[in-house]
Design a protein around this ligand. Structure first.
Ligand code: SF4
Ligand code: SF4
Length: 413
């Protein structure tokens, strides 16, 4: 496992960080805690020493699962990064209360890397007005936090303003080969690094959109390169290629993915990509930009929707129809089955009542209700209600076939 140093402190961090926003799930839903704990410990044993979580991830479970994973002596081997949720802060007292409860959750006397979560202009101004910088000063002075930073989803101008407003040790930005000019982007990365901030990168694969399976056009471009690597590894290596990046966070939840990422982190050096590889990735970027319809990273911040819309799944399946036109039928069936409530919780786009609650919270600034309207028109068409009824009836019959056969056998002797 390669490491890079935090410029202001010299702290050595593994270049691969474990993002705890997408922990392993049970088939029935909810975090598969035992599996997630095994995965976290495996990562630690293989050199990962930076773990990023937040109160909002998995509706509050993420911090608790990470805390459990770090029992039995693992805490001492890692740096914990967690966050102050601006939407839960209404006074200076709230900041101390939230940090206090996080310290309690982790059973530790300090958080190594503490971030103001998901800043955009309004959230930053509000926290600033409530005295967040004095709070950070005090928490660092009395040892409750070691390093102060912020994660960011706003505009480049706001990013620079925040970087210049405090003596931060680090920041966390969304960065991948599709987002060079989006949010902080490459200019923000250089700006922060030039001022001595460590830069942690989130969404290096845009919520998995840049990982396999990728559209056939993308596959072809990668397969033409001499080095055989998965699309995910190409995406990660592109980020590590930037010397200004300190840690790349990956929201890992599959054992094979964890092994592959750890392997990639053993030889991904700054300026390590060849010219032909950079050109290939630029071509891949053009293909994705042409095919993707909605900029959703699947972060889930907009959930739950009061009308029951599963916003990230609606956008993921809608994007899939455009990224993989040859598999349209499969994705449309999945949409009806999953989001129509036939084999999961109902959450299709047509349920949106345009209340607007989700819009302010989306870090990608997606016009969610308008986009859901398009999803509904494309994926549902007319008569969604009837399609769901028919789908449920077909599902019921399908699953009763063996029982029906046995019943007929019994009746006919
Ligand atoms: S605008 Fe639509 S999707 Fe967003 S929270 Fe309201 S009902 Fe849900
Ligand atoms: S719509 Fe926005 S908030 Fe919701 S999952 Fe997608 S990126 Fe995240």
């Amino acid at each position: 496992m390669l490491a890079r140093k935090v410029p202001k402190t010299g702290d050595e961090l593994s270049i691969l960080g474990f993002g705890c926003m997408r922990l392993a799930q049970k088939p029935s839903g909810g975090v598969d805690e035992e599996r997630a704990i095994r995965q976290i410990r495996y990562a630690i044993e293989n050199g990962v020493n930076y773990f990023d979580t937040a109160p909002i991830y998995h509706v509050g479970r993420s911090e608790q699962v990470l805390a459990r994973a770090l029992a039995d002596g693992y805490r001492e081997k890692v740096r914990i990064a967690t966050k102050l949720p601006p939407w839960a802060v209404h006074s200076r007292r709230d900041m101390d209360r939230i940090l206090g409860s996080q310290l309690e959750t982790f059973g530790t006397d300090h958080i190594d890397y503490y971030l103001l979560h998901s800043l955009v202009k309004e959230k930053w101004e509000n926290l600033h007005r409530l005295g967040v910088l004095e709070f950070l000063d005090e928490a660092k002075k009395d040892g409750r936090i070691r390093n102060a930073g912020f994660s960011f989803h706003g505009t480049l101008a706001t990013f620079k303003e925040i970087v210049d407003a405090y003596d931060w040790e680090f920041c966390q930005i969304q960065y991948n080969y599709l987002d060079e000019d989006h949010q902080a982007g490459t200019e923000g990365l250089h700006y922060a690094a030039a001022r001595g901030l460590a830069v942690m990168v989130m969404e290096p694969l845009r919520g998995g959109s840049l990982a396999d399976p990728v559209p056939p056009e993308v596959k072809e471009i990668f397969e033409a390169l001499p080095a055989r690597r998965s699309s995910a590894v190409w995406g990660l290596r592109w980020v590590w290629d930037h010397p200004e990046v300190t840690v790349v966070l990956s929201g890992m939840n599959e054992e094979a993915q964890i092994r592959e990422n750890i392997q990639a982190a053993s030889d991904s050096y700054p300026n390590g990509l060849g010219e032909d590889e950079r050109i290939a990735i630029a071509k891949v970027r053009d293909v994705f930009r042409r095919l993707m319809k909605v900029n959703c990273t699947g972060c889930g911040y907009c959930m739950p929707c009061p009308s029951g819309v599963n916003i990230p799944d609606c956008f993921a399946l809608y994007n899939s129809v455009h990224l993989f036109p040859h598999k349209q039928k499969i994705f449309r069936t999945l949409y009806l089955g999953r989001l129509g409530g036939i084999v999961g919780d109902t959450g299709y786009a047509g349920l949106c009542r345009r209340c607007g609650r989700c819009v302010a919270i989306c870090p990608q600034h997606i016009s969610i209700p308008q986009n859901l309207e398009e999803v509904s028109a494309t994926m549902e068409g007319r008569g969604m209600w009837l399609k769901i009824r028919l789908g449920k009836a077909a599902f019921f019959v399908f699953h009763r076939v063996p029982q029906l056969r046995s019943a007929i056998k019994v009746l006919t002797g």
